[in-house]
Design a protein around this ligand. Structure first.
Ligand code: NOJ
Length: 748
């Protein structure tokens, strides 16, 4: 973990060779330049246009249906050179038909095939937010690699992932797609996922081009409302929202997608300062910038474009290389160039990037790469990918509460009532963007439990409630089950369609019908283990909040049942930690553990001190802040070692002695947070700068070393420049909820 962090940060600091070239000036190959010189304007506009694949539709509908034309018309447009890329189609047979059509076009330019593969193609993994809970870039890299192998075997070259939007407002539905609220975790996982998807060589049949998205700031939509406007300071943009993109680009991502939101009054799809000055100039990104779905046409609804031609003009001039679904580029660019409203050079530069991307993927040498029936049969749903999916699912679960050591449960001798709409349900295992996954393939909780119990007949399953409404007689049946049990497992939370795109919520609570079920069941008085299902952090109340044991289980995908069973019965130690803070109440949003101090902070000892920062009905605290989570053992920290003084920019080596003081082998996530005491701009009250994992047998101890990379102490100073300001930094090392040890060091 530390090695990959060092590699990432040195990449960020040193830049790549591309960083030495002027804006967008990756020297195109002779092949690309020759092709470009032969292309007509309509053919160029065609290369810059991509459409939802109607030749091999995937089944699920992910975007609003806009201008459908049918598979045959699509094949005709491909032959006419009017399409450069198809997305969200699946399967080798259809890919072959489409590619054969492209090879009959005048210049025989192959198509690229993309898809929204966010957490698995056919075999569905935990949602990215859940996977982030493993705090393990290496695991994310391996997961992305496994997903890339299966995805490319289905005739896809390119994924619109990873989603790297930092998300500090849990009302926003798309929190589910990313790595949560922390900058460092987002950076590390962005790089790991890009490396995993793309693999060592982009021309290989199993390499999946990555698209860190959405550039940039989408996670900060106002009020957490989907598609709303974004406004932020330049410092916030550079300190919080840009770093994951920088990391993903340093890892070699070949594409990015522009956010559809308004940013400071200029929608990103028309925002040249962001898409050209920043993306190409400051970040030196030389890959393809694809628009979001219909986003160029949406410039009309935003009120900055008069009509479709105007929208196309604004988008290409801002820096969009490829227009998605609207057809605006293919319809309007030729006339816009002819009328002198768009310089030919802008179109040529975008075409150069798109053709170069296809060349990097090896498509000119082998247009049928990743179109292989044998690979499709071999890799789809393979034993190997299911193993990785199960490992990730188990590592994603976070144990938030375990009063009296209720967990792990014994495998024999206890009557268990599994109550709640998700106990035996398969339709809600996968969560949002489960691309070609079939919910029926997944293993539900009840099935997972029966497979591990010595006597499966001791398990009783009762829904008790539907997701959003009560079931006639549901609570009564649940109460009978609870009374007859020794332990109640309560499988409640959000349905699969309650998070993800278009699913922002104002009140991030367990739906009322399920809360009523929980209250009724709790009144029976049996020990309750809550198995929470969710695509975001939730505001828990009443019997759910107060249950003696609580597991955050997200949407874990196909391997849900086995993963939950492994953790519940202690076959596997819970090791997940929260990548997002669980608030006390919805009204606290947006909120993050690394917020800045106010001028009147409330003391930790009395967070409701009158006249100090808090709400009338809630402190400025989370119920379970970022990083919360425990295992079945406990750790003690001692003997902190840190330098008294370091030079600005130098690495800060810190170490601590970690001892397993429990009775089981366990894995501790050792985390290092820092606070800059006095700076020219206010700083986060604390912010994670490094973490490492150590596994120790009961009674064993080890010294764990963590290094703060010099640049990690930098800030965007009040004059807008990136600087490390001298002074004293507080630091804290923690190993789970209650165990923390602190010190400070001086930067000269
Ligand atoms: C809209 C979403 O914002 C984006 O993330 C996705 O990649 C596109 N639709 C394509 O499906």
């Amino acid at each position: 973990m530390l090695t990959s962090r060092r590699r990432l940060l040195s990449g960020v600091l040193l830049g790549s060779t591309a960083a030495l070239l002027p804006i967008g000036a990756r020297a195109a190959s002779v092949r690309v330049e020759t092709l470009l010189s032969q292309m007509t304007l309509p053919e160029k506009a065609g290369q810059l246009s991509c459409f939802n694949d109607e030749i091999r539709p995937v089944g699920a509908v992910f975007n609003p249906v806009i201008d459908p034309r049918g598979g045959d018309a699509m094949l005709a447009d491909i032959r006419a050179g009017r399409i450069g890329m198809l997305f969200n189609g699946y399967g080798v047979a259809g890919a072959r038909r489409a590619q054969e059509a492209a090879l009959t076009s005048r210049l025989r330019i192959p198509l690229a095939f993309a898809a929204d593969v966010l957490h698995g193609c056919r075999t569905i993994f935990p949602i990215p937010l859940a996977e982030a809970a493993a705090f393990d870039p290496d695991l994310s890299r391996r997961a992305a690699r496994a997903v890339a192998v299966e995805t490319t075997a289905g005739g896809i070259h390119w994924t619109f992932a990873p989603m790297v939007d930092v998300a500090r407002d849990q009302r926003w539905g798309r929190v589910a797609e990313g790595a949560g609220e922390d900058v460092l975790l987002n950076q590390l996982l962005a790089a790991a996922r890009v490396e995993g998807f793309q693999g060592p060589d982009l021309t290989r049949a199993d390499a999946l081009l990555a698209t860190p998205k959405h550039f940039v700031g989408y996670g900060a939509v106002r009020g957490g409302m989907e598609y709303a406007a974004v406004d932020m300071s330049g410092a916030e943009l550079r300190e919080t929202f840009l770093p994951p993109f920088t990391a993903a680009f340093a890892a070699g991502a070949g594409a990015t997608m522009a956010s559809f939101t308004d940013f400071g009054g200029v929608p990103v799809s028309a925002n040249r300062p962001l898409l050209t000055d920043m993306l190409r100039g400051e970040l030196r990104f030389d890959g393809v910038c694809v628009s979001d779905y219909d986003a160029d046409r949406e410039l009309i609804a935003h009120g900055v474009a008069a009509d479709e031609a105007d929208a196309a003009r604004l988008a290409i001039l801002a820096g969009i290389d490829m227009s998605m679904q609207s057809g605006l580029f293919v319809r309007h660019l030729p006339a816009l160039v002819a009328e002198g409203r768009v310089p030919l050079g802008a179109v040529d530069q975008a075409v150069r990037r798109v053709l170069t991307l296809k060349e990097r993927l090896g498509l000119f040498d082998d247009p049928f790469r990743s179109i292989d029936r044998r690979a499709e049969r071999r890799e789809t749903g393979s034993v190997a990918i299911k193993q990785v999916a199960r490992e990730v699912a188990t590592r994603s679960i976070v144990l938030l509460r375990n009063d009296g050591g209720l967990l792990p449960l014994p495998r024999a001798g206890k009557r268990i009532a599994l109550i709640g709409p998700f106990g035996a349900d398969r339709a809600n295992l996968n969560g949002p963007w489960s691309f070609a996954g079939d919910a029926g393939d997944g293993i539900d909780i009840a099935t997972g439990l029966r497979a591990i119990l010595d006597d499966p007949a001791l398990l009783v399953v009762e829904a008790g409630s539907a997701i959003g409404e009560s079931l006639p007689g549901g609570i009564e049946r649940a109460l009978v089950a609870a009374r007859g049990a020794d332990i109640v497992l309560l499988a409640i939370g959000e349905g699969a369609d309650m998070s993800g795109e278009g699913n922002s919520r104002t009140d991030i609570i367990v739906p009322a019908a399920q809360q009523a079920l929980a209250e009724a069941v709790a009144a029976v008085g049996k020990p309750i283990v809550v198995l929470l299902r969710h695509g975001r952090a939730l505001a828990l109340t009443g019997a759910v909040r107060d249950a003696p044991a609580l597991l955050a289980t997200w949407f874990l995908g196909e391997q849900t049942g086995p993963a939950i069973a492994d953790i519940l019965f202690g076959k596997v130690e819970p090791t997940g930690r929260l990548p997002v803070s669980f608030p006390i109440a919805s009204g606290q949003q947006p909120w993050s553990y690394d917020r800045r101090s106010t001028g009147r902070p409330a003391p930790d000892s009395d967070p409701m001190t009158p006249g100090r920062s808090h709400w009338r009905d809630a402190p400025d605290q989370a119920l379970y802040p970022f990083g919360s989570g425990m295992g079945y053992t406990r750790f003690a920290l001692s003997a902190l070692r840190l330098p008294g003084t370091v030079a600005a920019g130098a690495a800060v080596p810190i170490s601590v002695l970690v001892r397993n003081i429990g009775t089981r082998t366990g894995s501790a996530l050792i985390r290092l947070d820092v606070h800059d005491r006095v700076a020219s701009r206010t700083r986060p009250i604390r912010q994670m700068k490094a973490f490492a994992r150590v596994t120790l047998a009961a009674g064993a101890e080890a010294r764990v070393a963590l290094t703060i990379v010099g640049d990690a102490l930098a800030l965007i100073a009040s004059d807008g420049t990136r600087q490390i300001e001298p002074g004293r930094f507080d630091c804290w090392i923690s190993a789970g909820d209650e165990t923390e040890i602190g010190g400070s060091f001086e930067v000269r």
